[in-house]
Every structure is written in C-alpha cells, then in structure tokens.
Design a protein around this ligand. Structure first.
Ligand SMILES: NC(=O)C1=CN([C@@H]2O[C@H](COP(=O)(O)OP(=O)(O)OC[C@H]3O[C@@H](n4cnc5c(N)ncnc54)[C@H](OP(=O)(O)O)[C@@H]3O)[C@@H](O)[C@H]2O)C=CC1
Ligand SMILES: Nc1nc(=O)c2c([nH]1)NC[C@@H]1CN(c3ccc(C(=O)N[C@@H](CCC(=O)O)C(=O)O)cc3)C=[N+]21
Ligand SMILES: [Mg+2]
Length: 287
C-alpha cells in the first residue's frame, strides 16, 4: 500500500509560514497585502474554489476582494476592471478565475494583468521567466506539486517524470519545474500512442487531464510517486463527490506514494496562491 501524501498537512505548514511572513510584512511596511479575485459568471464549482481562496486568505492575514461579474460581461468591461486593479495600490495580487465564458479572450485578459500582480503566473512574461529559469511568479498548482514531491523524495535529480496533460496552466509549467529539478521529463497527451507503456516508465507520474480515474494500476511502475492534479466532480446519490484523474483504489496498491483527491494538490494550490500574493506584495514595495 502506497504512502498517502497529505496535501492538507503540507498546505497547513505552508499557510502558517505565510501567516508569519505576513505579520512581518505588515510590521515592516505598515500595510496589508491584498488579493483581488475576479469571478465571471456563476459556475458553482468556481464559486466553491473562490470561496475557499477568500477564506484562506483571511486566515493568513491577507485582505481579499472578490469581484463578481455577470456571465455576459464584455471584453472591454472586464479589461477595464483589470486596469483598475492594476492601478490600485491596495491590490498586490490579481487572479481571474478560469475558464472564462467563450466570448472572452482568455489570453488577452491574462496578459492585461500587471506581471508583478499575476499571482497565477499565467502572464506571458512570467511564463517566459519560468521557461528560461529567471525569477518570477510561478503557477500555484505545479509549485505545490513540486513541494510535495520534494518532501516525499528529496532530491529529484535523474528521475524520469512523465506529465499527462499539456495545458498552459498545469501540464506545461509542471514539466518546466521538473526539468529545472533535473528530472528527465516526458509529456504525454490525447494524441500520444500507447500512453500506458510511456507512463509505466515513470518514477514520477503527474496526471493533469480532467478525465476521472483515467490512470489505472497497469500504467504505474511499482514504487512510483503519483501526483493526481485532477478535480472531477460527480453527483452520486445526490451527494457531490470528487475524483482525481487517477484510479486511487487500484493505483495505491502499486505506487510507492500518491496524493489523494480531495486533500492532495488542491489545498496546496491555495496555499501557494497566498505565498505568491505575499511575494507579489514584497516585490511592489519601494526599496
Ligand atoms: N488541484 C488543482 O489545484 C487544480 C486542478 N485542476 C484539474 O486538473 C485537471 C486538468 O486541468 P487543465 O490542465 O486545466 O485541463 P485542460 O483541459 O486544459 O487540459 C487537459 C490535458 O489533458 C489531455 N488529455 C485529455 N484527455 C486525455 C486522454 N484521454 N489521455 C491523455 N491525455 C488527455 C489534453 O490533451 P490535448 O492537449 O491533446 O487535448 C490536455 O493536454 C482538471 O481535472 C482540472 O479540474 C486544474 C487546475 C488546478
Ligand atoms: N485563474 C485560476 N487559477 C487557478 O488556480 C484555478 C482556476 N483559475 N480555475 C480552476 C482551477 C481549479 N483550482 C483548484 C483550487 C483548489 C482546489 C481545492 O481546494 N480542492 C479541494 C477540495 C475542494 C472541493 O471540495 O471542491 C481538495 O482537492 O481537497 C481545487 C481546484 C484552481 N484553479
Ligand atoms: Mg483549461
């Protein structure tokens, strides 16, 4: 039976570090770090995440400001809000919850955010910084996954990491961080041939797909470390249940260590968002 990597515990540790650093920041600068969360439309799943983010922010002493916009908001109206938040000195971090409704251009909105306030690390300049190993804001989910990997495995040098999924928000930045940590990195996706046999070579297997229970026991090398990023919601007998991209019941009998869903990557994502907000606030202070 695999070791269960406890994301709640890891996130509690990071949150308490951030809370301490926020106290220092306030004492030093006399202001409170602020995070603006922009939610367009009324998708219930997004509302849950946004509520979680706002609650955790308050717990660590970060002021959070929620902006809810109608699903029909125009590109110009959303851009105007982002411009206003960019100019507001009380706002140090800006997160626009994705995905946006289809009539809005996600790339243009993300690139409208001031790079120094881009706590998701999705702005083109932060993407470039990550790709070239320069300092910048790093996406929260991959960052949180790396922390759990390091705590589980120590130095990752030379390990073969396979990342399933190539999205800009998870798969690609995850691969960049693994490469930076000296892993040999393979990316697989919906067009990969014989995906099971590629995954079976992995010492580290990261699943960021959005297909419930896609990864089966025979995709996993015995003893491998499995990071399950997937958050798939199903309603079973009227109750809301979460599933990862990994078939936890069977894979946990083969893997050496595995993150559960819920209680794995999700809580670490939020803790890293708040760590990034503090980092962003620090970077905006006069020297
Ligand atoms: N825990 C957390 O904090 C977070 C969780 N998530 C969750 O992670 C998952 C992935 O999110 P995201 O990256 O945004 O998703 P996207 O839909 O943007 O990307 C999914 C990727 O998976 C690939 N894929 C789809 N089906 C298959 C398949 N059958 N076999 C192999 N590859 C496949 C796609 O391939 P192709 O490119 O070829 O289409 C694509 O690259 C979701 O469940 C999401 O909810 C996301 C963000 C944060
Ligand atoms: N701009 C932007 N940035 C994001 O970081 C972003 C986003 N858009 N859009 C959606 C995805 C998804 N995401 C999650 C964050 C926390 C949990 C989380 O806390 N999950 C809990 C369970 C929460 C529940 O009950 O649903 C857990 O896994 O234990 C899940 C998913 C961030 N995302
Ligand atoms: Mg996506």
């Amino acid at each position: 039976m695999a070791q269960i990597i406890d994301g709640k515990k890891a996130s509690a540790k990071l949150l308490s570090q951030v809370a301490g650093d926020v106290i220092e920041f306030k004492a030093k600068h006399g202001i409170t770090p602020g995070l603006a969360v922009v939610l367009v439309g009324d998708d219930p799943a997004s509302q849950v995440y946004v509520r979680n983010k706002v609650q955790r922010a308050e717990q660590v002493g970060i002021r959070s400001i929620e902006h809810r916009l109608d699903a029909n908001v125009s590109q110009a109206e959303l851009n105007a809000l982002v411009d206003e938040l960019n100019a507001n000195p009380d706002v140090h971090g800006i997160l626009v919850q994705l995905p946006l409704p289809g009539h809005l251009d996600e790339d243009r909105i993300v690139d409208a955010i001031a790079p120094s306030k881009d706590v998701d690390g999705f702005h083109s300049l932060n993407v470039a910084a990550l790709a070239t190993g320069k300092p910048g804001l790093v996406p929260c989910t991959p960052q949180g996954s790396m922390t759990m990997l390091s705590e589980t495995l120590g130095d990752l040098t030379g390990l073969h990491a396979v990342v399933i999924g190539r999205s800009n928000i998870v798969g690609k930045p995850m691969a960049a961080l693994l490469l930076q940590a000296n892993c040999t990195v393979t990316m697989v996706h919906s067009r990969t041939r014989d995906i099971a046999s590629v995954c079976r070579q992995a010492d580290i297997l990261v699943a960021a797909v959005g297909v419930p229970k896609l990864v089966k026991a025979d995709w996993v090398k015995p003893g491998a470390t499995v990071i399950d990023v997937g958050i798939n919601v199903e309603i079973i007998d009227g109750a809301r249940k979460l599933f990862g991209d990994v078939d936890f019941a069977s894979v946990s009998e083969v893997a050496g260590a595995i993150t559960p869903v819920p209680g794995g990557v999700g809580p670490m994502t939020i803790a890293n968002l708040l760590a990034n907000t503090l980092q962003a606030a620090e970077s905006q202070m006069p020297v």
